[in-house]
Design a protein around this ligand. Structure first.
Ligand SMILES: Cc1cc2nc3c(=O)[nH]c(=O)nc-3n(C[C@H](O)[C@H](O)[C@H](O)COP(=O)(O)OP(=O)(O)OC[C@H]3O[C@@H](n4cnc5c(N)ncnc54)[C@H](O)[C@@H]3O)c2cc1C
Length: 406
């Protein structure tokens, strides 16, 4: 394909990974972001998990059974703020429609396929680029508090093994042999699902490092601190990207990778209707002695613990609230209180805690949206990565780059 001038809107993990794929194909890439540097949106403080064998869609039979408790505010990990916004109602109905077991597995299988592409793309990126983002094949333990909960995982683990993924059910004693820090875990654990080939890495560092590499080695242009407001067309064909605060940028093609804020571009990209933001929180601290080195997820409390270089991070909570929500101090304190209750010794340096929240750009099916705008020829999108954007970014970038090459 001939060299094209392509704007990528959004320098989160999805936009930066897309810019990488396009630059390698020889295109003239302009990476645009409203923030001052890459990786400042949802990609800034996530749980750092490259969950290649997890991929489980959020709308599931288990979540459906748990819905009354969530609706009544009895699960501290979830908060739903009901709204009559038609967009929210449509999203909610479509979310419920995806929670049946056949749809759940078809969505999960789709995500696992994308995750496999991501895993391969990550391996080739690591072989090609000298990037430092605390990447490690840490492995992952999902901890279960009850025998019934662990047992319910058996069919899913079996299905994943049939797909060639490495995953095992372990007793608490077996899990503690793999991660001795579990000796100090103060929550109930009956056993665990172990995924030895899942990895961990700092997503924001990846965004900054890969962008710097793209500028140095591929000569891409970056345009930060500028907010895109829409797109100019000649007939049906994209002509230029328009900004709030600078002149329009003439381009051949553009890719919207604006994460949860793709919703602000609905006039030009009605496909973004399918996204609703789901807010989560994280705390990052210096890692003291006794920090687990295997990534842990406490399934009943919905907490993810990760060691990232010399820091550790705990992330969790899923708040489905009206658009335009902000950091909520009380929710962040709730996360810290729960995390402290299971690993108190990790919280001795509370003065150095970095508190963060971000919005997961969730689709009802948990499947990312990769495609061409139906309104504007030359406008593409790579959005809606929900809980798994760090894991899936390189895979969806590959799919989008292939689509453009067609
Ligand atoms: C608490 C939490 C934990 C998570 N844990 C994990 C995990 O362990 N593993 C995993 O795989 N995923 C995880 N995720 C999900 C993952 O972080 C997201 O799916 C991913 O970061 C989305 O990336 P993105 O590039 O689409 O969006 P973003 O990172 O938000 O990037 C979008 C960028 O677009 C820019 N932008 C938006 N609109 C405009 C505009 N109009 N003009 C210019 N720029 C614009 C924004 O400034 C932003 O920089 C987690 C998310 C949360 C909140």
């Amino acid at each position: 394909m001939s060299r094209r001038r392509i704007a990528v809107i959004g320098a989160g993990v999805v936009g930066v990974s897309t810019a990488y794929g396009l630059a390698r194909q020889g295109h003239d890439v302009i990476l645009v972001d409203a923030r001052a540097e890459p990786g400042r949106g949802a990609s800034a403080g996530n749980a750092a998990q490259l969950s290649y064998a997890y991929g489980d869609a959020m709308a599931s039979p288990a979540l459906l059974r748990h819905l009354p408790a969530i609706a009544l505010g009895r699960d501290p990990a979830f908060r739903v703020t009901w709204s009559l916004d038609p967009h929210f109602l449509i999203w909610g109905v479509r979310f419920l429609a995806n929670a049946g077991s056949a749809r759940w597995w078809s969505n999960t299988a789709h995500i696992l396929d994308l995750a496999e592409v991501s895993r391969r793309e990550m391996a080739s990126l690591l072989a090609e680029v000298d990037l430092s983002f605390s990447y490690r094949m840490a492995g992952k333990l999902h901890l279960y508090a009850s025998a019934a909960g662990l047992d319910a995982m058996r069919p899913t683990v079996q299905r994943k093994r049939e797909r060639g993924l490495a995953q095992n059910l372990l007793s608490r004693a077996e899990a503690t042999l793999i991660e001795p820090a579990l000796e100090a875990f103060e929550g109930a654990v009956i056993g665990a699902v172990h995924t030895p080939q899942d990895a961990v890495g700092d997503c924001a560092e990846y965004c900054r490092g890969l962008t710097a590499h793209l500028v140095r080695h591929y000569g891409i242009t970056t345009l930060f601190d500028h907010t895109v407001t829409g797109f100019a067309r000649k007939g049906r064909r994209l002509h230029a990207v328009q900004f709030r605060d600078r002149d329009a940028l003439p381009v051949d093609l553009a890719v919207v990778a604006a994460g949860p804020q793709a919703l602000n571009l609905l006039r030009d990209l009605p496909e973004a209707q399918a996204i609703w933001p789901v807010r989560g929180y994280s705390l990052t601290l210096p890692a003291p002695a006794g920090t687990p080195s295997v990534s842990l997820t406490d399934v009943s409390r919905k907490l993810a613990f990760a060691r990232i270089g010399d820091r550790f991070r705990v992330a969790g909570l899923a708040d489905i609230a009206p658009r335009g929500g902000r950091f909520d101090e009380a929710r962040c304190e709730a996360l810290e209180k729960t995390a402290r209750s299971v690993f108190p010794h990790l919280f001795n340096h509370t003065s150095e805690v970095c508190r963060w929240s971000g919005e997961r750009p969730m689709t009802p099916s948990s499947r990312p949206l990769i495609g061409r705008s139906r309104l504007t020829a030359g406008l593409y999108y790579n959005i809606g990565h929900g809980m798994l954007g760090w894991t899936l970014a390189l895979g969806t970038a590959r799919r989008l780059v292939d689509m453009i090459a067609e």
